[in-house]
Ligand binder design. Structure first.
Ligand code: AMP
Length: 279
């Protein structure tokens, strides 16, 4: 595995590969969710580039940028074991000039769900992903369904900007008790870790109702609330059910939709979602 810590090294290392590349952008603190993205890329026989970059423009002023975990040596070992060909881990000044005069603004899909509570977050994600895509120029970009809103926004950005990259959404990898894997799970205290799987259980209960024929969006949203409201130590930030295509609310579910939630367990904010697909 080649480790490139600046743009020059990245570009030199990419000369070894042909034009079909798989790309997995991450913020590090790798777990099986990230590694599954690499596996999907390798399954398509694509030489695979992973980036590790804790992107400052996607963190709000009171978010966890400073304390975000950065176990770089361990990440390198995991990436190498999984068959990553090039690991790009630049310092901040490689990715952002000071001052930085450019921004990307997504005005529709980011106005709901997490975007309401994290102003500017998805604009920061779009900017860094766009910069990374310009550098790596992959044929395939692998992103997790775990961050469903991010996946949809990037998919749409690639479409609107005619980027020659196919975005592949990878199903959420979960712990054995259903908790979606996340670098932030390590912040959870044991008592919080114990209640965290209830988030997925509540989504699953709604999914069962959907599979039994329930199509009323409010009823499904309410069922998630009924399962989660009032759990000591858990504060639900939102639950919503929106069409996947445009993230609009529709009272009766007729199209592929995302049932998504965010909750605080103490200071740790967890998100999860499932897709509801009509046949
Ligand atoms: P992050 O390092 O949190 O920015 O995540 C990097 C990529 O890994 C994003 O595309 C995430 O959606 C994806 N990812 C994170 N956790 C999971 C998971 N549990 N299952 C699948 N993909 C994930």
């Amino acid at each position: 595995m080649i480790i490139a810590t600046n743009i020059g090294e990245l570009q030199t290392s990419l000369r070894f590969f042909d034009k079909h590349l798989g790309f997995v952008p991450t913020m590090g603190a790798l777990h099986q969710g990230h590694l599954e993205l690499v596996r999907q890329s390798k399954t398509l026989n694509l030489p695979t580039v992973m980036s590790i970059f804790v992107n400052p423009t996607q963190f709000g002023p009171h978010e966890d940028l400073e304390k975000y975990p950065r176990p770089f040596e361990n990440d390198c070992a995991l990436a190498r074991q999984e068959g990553v060909d090039v690991l790009f881990a630049p310092p901040i000044d490689q990715m952002y000039t000071t001052p930085s005069w450019l921004s990307v603004r997504e005005s529709h899909l980011s106005s709901v769900l997490c975007g309401q509570y994290r102003p500017g977050h998805f604009d920061g994600v779009c900017l860094i992903v766009l910069k990374l895509l310009q550098l790596v120029r992959p044929s395939h970009l692998f992103m997790g369904q775990k961050d469903g809103q991010q996946l949809r926004i990037i998919e749409r950005m690639c479409e609107e900007l005619f980027l020659p990259t196919h975005v592949v959404g990878v199903p959420t990898v979960r712990e054995s008790d259903g908790l979606a894997m996340s670098s932030r799970n390590q912040y959870l205290h044991p008592d919080q870790r114990e209640i965290a799987p209830k988030l997925y259980q509540a989504l699953q209960a709604a999914k069962r109702a959907f599979e039994d024929g329930e199509r009323d969006a409010r009823t499904l949203i309410n069922s998630v609330h009924q399962n989660l409201d009032g759990i000591p130590g858990m504060e639900l930030q939102y639950v919503d059910l929106l069409r996947w295509e445009d993230f609009q609310f529709s009272q009766t579910i007729q199209k592929k939709s995302i049932l998504a939630l965010a909750a605080f367990l103490g200071k740790t904010r967890l998100i999860d979602n499932i897709l509801l697909e009509t046949s």
